[in-house]
Design a protein around this ligand. Structure first.
Ligand SMILES: NC(=O)c1ccc[n+]([C@@H]2O[C@H](COP(=O)([O-])OP(=O)(O)OC[C@H]3O[C@@H](n4cnc5c(N)ncnc54)[C@H](O)[C@@H]3O)[C@@H](O)[C@H]2O)c1
Length: 364
């Protein structure tokens, strides 16, 4: 029997990378090479005989190229993907989300490797519906449902540097498409829609500094009894997708390479759409349920402007509802985890990881 293809995961030590690595090592016989600048989220996997882990910066193009040469499939996850960075260090954001993966594309094209690239649902930008002046209830699906191959990608003005990330990721997708068109590159793209799960983001002041993504911001507020801050009232809507379902999508691609190649796939759980304001309220209720000792506490929810929270140049996508027909039809993917379970699992993991650090802070 021919050996299973060897997989290289760039960004193996991150949130998605750690779950993907775990799944591949526990459910397949594949050899994996992992690259990342950090390994704290994959310590439990480093002893695996089928894993070669290299603590490496992707700026070291020569070393990365040597690892690419050894692999058949390259999965690219390395990014700066935290909204608080997009308008504060946009040059670093553009470099790591466009320049570095562009080098990777060239090497994969030259060597004939299948490149699976993690893009983002942010490339859709704002919906057409947001410009109609109609309320959320009045909007027509064709103006907000996001289809991989038909929906226009609508980013805001250059001075709103929030779009640096989305624009870099969008241009990289155009490069992938062009390399396939002109040079026969084998590629696939995943566009994640707000994945959540254990090992997601740091808690400021405990194991990281700055502003993490929204779920970790709200967890910090709950754990440390700070007010939950709703940016611009939390009116924007997102679908939250559980990490196990997200990893399922990647595994479906690996099982169906011929159907996956040459396509971008939305990976999001439409059934889990919620406004950020409702997410905050749902997280308060779930927290009280998971920690009955705080069931009588009041958790303050304050509104803050996007400019005050993120700084100058902030703007946001209003709504992101993925059309997932293509993932269903071509690779047989279907998300299974409802929002209640996804939130409970994620919040339980945060509580287990951080409750002792929070215990020394004031009670309600
Ligand atoms: N998590 C989501 O919901 C989501 C949403 C949209 C897009 N994405 C995309 O999915 C991919 C993975 O996201 P994630 O949530 O796991 O992010 P993450 O930040 O947890 O993982 C990224 C990893 O890249 C590593 N890294 C950063 N710079 C590096 C460098 N110079 N050299 C080597 N490693 C470096 C980091 O150490 C980190 O482990 C990213 O491309 C991101 O843009 C994720």
């Amino acid at each position: 029997m021919p050996a299973s293809p060897k997989i290289l995961i760039l960004g193996a030590g991150g949130f998605i990378g750690s779950h993907l690595l775990e799944r591949i090592l526990t459910t397949t016989d594949r050899q994996v090479i992992g690259i990342d600048i950090q390994s704290s989220k994959i310590e439990h996997l480093l002893d695996s005989e089928r894993l070669t882990f290299a603590q490496l910066n992707v700026h070291d193009t020569r070393a990365v190229t040597e690892y690419i040469e050894q692999a058949d499939i390259v999965i690219s996850l390395v990014a700066l993907c935290n909204p608080a960075l997009y308008n504060t260090i946009p040059l670093d954001v553009i470099d790591i989300n466009f320049n570095r993966p562009y080098e990777l594309v060239k090497v994969c094209a030259r060597m004939g490797k299948w490149l699976i690239h993690f893009s983002t649902s942010e490339i859709y930008g704002r919906t057409i519906a947001s410009y109609t002046g109609l309320s959320y209830e009045e909007q027509e699906p064709k103006n907000y449902l996001l289809n991989e191959d038909e929906t226009p990608l609508v980013l805001g003005p250059i001075s709103n540097q929030r779009w640096s990330y989305a624009c870099a990721k969008q241009l990289l997708e155009r490069v992938l498409y062009a390399f396939a068109f002109e040079k026969g590159l084998q590629y696939s793209v995943i566009r994640p829609f707000n994945f959540i799960g254990p090992r997601m983001d740091f808690i400021p002041g405990v194991d990281g500094e700055g502003t993490p993504r929204v779920l970790a911001c709200f967890m910090e507020a709950l754990l440390f009894h700070k007010p939950i801050r709703l940016v611009d009232g939390g009116l924007n809507r997102r679908v939250f997708t559980y990490i196990d379902d997200a990893v399922d999508a990647l595994m479906c691609m690996l099982r169906h390479p011929d159907q996956a190649k040459g396509h971008a796939f939305n990976v999001g759980n439409v059934a889990n759409e919620i406004s950020i304001a409702d997410l905050a309220r749902k997280m308060v209720a779930t927290y009280k349920d998971l920690r009955p000792e705080f069931s009588e506490c009041d958790f303050e929810i304050n509104v803050v402007s996007g400019k005050a929270f993120y700084g100058e140049g902030y703007e946001d996508s209003d709504r992101r509802v993925p059309d997932i027909a293509k993932a269903r039809e071509l690779i047989g993917w279907e998300p299974k985890t409802g929002l209640d379970r996804a939130l409970r699992n994620t919040m339980r993991a945060y509580i287990e990881q951080y409750a002792s650090a929070a215990a020394c802070r004031k009670a309600c």
